[in-house]
Write a protein that binds this ligand. Sequence first.
Ligand code: SF4
Ligand code: SF4
Ligand code: SF4
Length: 310
Amino acid sequence: MAITRRELISSIAKTSVPAAVAMSVGAETLHAETEQIPVPSAAVGLLYDASICIGCKACVAACAEANDTPPDTRGDALHQSPSDLNDVTRNVIKLYKPEDGSLSSFVKRQCMHCLDPACAAGCPFQALHKDPESGIVSWTAEECIGCRYCTITCPYHVPRFQWQGYNPRVTKCELCSTRLERGLRPGCTTVCPTGAVIFGPRTVLLTEAKRRISNNPGKYYQERVYGETDNGGTQCLYLSRVPFEKLGLPELGSESVPAKTLRWQRRLYQYFALPALLYVGLVQVIRKSLKGHEEEAHERERETGLRAQL
Ligand code: SF4
Ligand code: SF4
Ligand code: SF4
């Protein structure tokens, strides 16, 4: 069966990810199981309250404009209507509408700017980098070799790769850092008619989210803010009336993906479990290969009547 280049790279990356993550996690990002991940001193982020989003998608158009990306009309030639994040779309609005008629919800999806980003931990050349002050996770073209590990290690499936083109890029929200440098707010937060998405220091956003929860008892799912501790904490925070998993925000626990991977890696190496597993795997591969050669030799012998010399 023919295998495409994309499938080949994906399968190689998938099998090598745990090792790559463990190798590239520097000493400064090693976190003990219970250790809290430090929040950058000037961490900024977004607070998205799904309960007041009306799905107008003004933020999608504003994001495209802020990032100078072409209108994404591939789903519908008349409208800018991307159905998911992709090689030109860094921000998307989706609709969760259960068939049983229960509560539906819009959801805004963009990079979460994780406190301990798995995309950066998985990148072998530090092309993805978390700013130590603002905590914004950005991508640097000069460092990227196009291995696409980041597209696989991100637990939120955010970074997208430009498969077409001579000089492909990794696309994701960078919190409009170039606008912030000019004293402007992120594009998506300047147009929202209901204030469903707001920008600010993470501490202020967290306080605001908790204020909304305490002012509206019973309104929000689990009366908690997604991203306060999930996946070690994120700088983009969410409030929702429906379960977070329904909006594509998985239950990851409070330990970050890189810390979890590292812990498993340590366990596997402890007692030489991983080398032993690798050895067993290698023996199986050699056995299979020898068997194949033997069968081939017998086949040839049957066809030609000549005995194989080796
Ligand atoms: S959401 Fe994904 S791409 Fe964004 S910082 Fe976290 S791991 Fe990286
Ligand atoms: S912060 Fe900027 S790049 Fe990120 S979703 Fe908003 S507009 Fe788009
Ligand atoms: S602009 Fe605001 S209300 Fe409109 S889709 Fe975006 S987040 Fe929702």
